[in-house]
Design a protein around this ligand. Sequence first.
Ligand code: GLA
Length: 416
Amino acid sequence: MTKTPLLRIALAAGLTLAVLAACDGAKTAKDPSAAEPVPASAPASAPTLAATPPMGFNTWNKFGCDVDETLIRQTADALVETGMRDAGYKYLVIDDCWQVDRGPDGRIIADPKKFAGGMKALADYVHSKGLLFGLYTDIGPKTCAGRPASAGFFDMDAATYAEWGIDYIKVDWCHCDDLDAPSEYARFRDALRRAGRPIVLSICEWGRNDPWKWAKGVGQLWRTTADIGDNWDSVVYIIGANSRHAAAAGPGGWNDPDMLEVGNGGMTFDEYKTHFSLWAIMAAPLMAGNDLRAMTEETKSILLNAEVIAVDQDPLGVQGQVVIERGYGGQVWMKPLADGSKAVAFVNYTDRELAQYVRWAQIGLPPGPAKVRDLWAHADIGVHSDTGKHYDERFEVRVPPHGVVMVRIWPAASAK
Ligand code: GLA
C-alpha cells in the first residue's frame, strides 16, 4: 500500500499523521487514544482469565496462510466430535492471513473471499459449539506474513474484536525491532480493557525482550522462543529454552513454548509423546496445530490423554522443572500438583533405551510408600517404597529412545 491511501484512511479515521510512521518510528508516533489513562471503571482482565494454561487449536502450524471459514467451521465441528472440546481445547484461533486491508474508516477487513460470511458470523458459529474464538495481529504495521496489522489502530482493533465476539488475540512482533515491547504490549492490553470484553492476550515476541520479566499482568501467555518446527531438534531446543523461566509462570500468566506439532507427521510417536508430556509438565498452553478433521488414533491418544492434560491444567499452576540432569542424556522432571501428588517425567534424549531412576527425596516426597500411576499406560503400577536408606528401593523405569515415561506419584498419606 502506498502512502497516499494510508494518509486518506488515517485522516478519515481522525488520526494524527504520527500514526503513519512505521512501527520503527512509533516510539513517538502513538495511537492517539493511548495517552488516555485507563478509566477506573474499565474491567481489568478477570483474574480467572487463563487461571490454567489456555488450550485450543491454532491454524498456523498446519495451514499457514491457507485459512478460510470452511476450515474454521469444520475445525469447530471436529473439536466437538473428537472430544477435544470436552478435554479442554476450547480456543479456536485463526493465526496470520485472515486480514487483507483497512476500510475508509480504518477498520480492519477480513478477506471477503475466504471469510465471506464475516468474522461476527464465524464467531457466532464457534460460540454455538461451546467454544471460544481467537484471532491474530501484530504490534507493528504489518503481520509477519505482510498483512495489515495494528500499529496506530490498537483501540480501533480492540473495539472491533469485542464487537465480533473475539475471546483471544495473539499479537506478534514482526517489524517492531526498535520498539519497547513492555510498553507496546501494555498499550495493547489497555486498549483491550477499554473495549470492555475479556480477551486473552497472547504475547508473541519470541522471548526477544525477556517477557518472563514483565509480561505477567500484561498478557496471559508469552512466547519464550523462536517458532517451533515439526522435528525433534526443535522440540529439544524449546524444552531447554522454556525451562529456564519456570519461576515466571503461574495462574493468569504462562510461559508459551509455542503451539503443538503433534500429529503433523515430522516426528515419531515417542517423540510426539515426549513433546506433549513436556509441554504438560511445563504448564504450557496446549494449542493443537494439526488437522483435527483427520487425526490418526495415535494422534488422538496423545492429544486426548486426559491424565497428561490434568497435569498441565492442575490448579496449583506450577511450571515443572528438571530435578535430575543426567550427563548421559536423561532428565527427570517434576511438577508438584494441587492434591499433594507429583507428576514426574523421565526423558530420554539419546538414540538408545535408557534406564532411569528417582529417589523420593529428589522429587519432594516423604520417605515411605507411595502409589505410582503410569499416565501413558493408564495403569497403576503399584505402591513403591523408598525409606531413603536402601539403594535398591529406588523407583526405576526404562525409557525408549527420544521417549518419555510419565507417572504421577501420591505419597501414602494421600494415596487414593
Ligand atoms: C510468527 C509467529 C508464528 C506465526 C507466524 C505468522 O512467526 O511466531 O507463531 O504466528 O508469525 O506469520
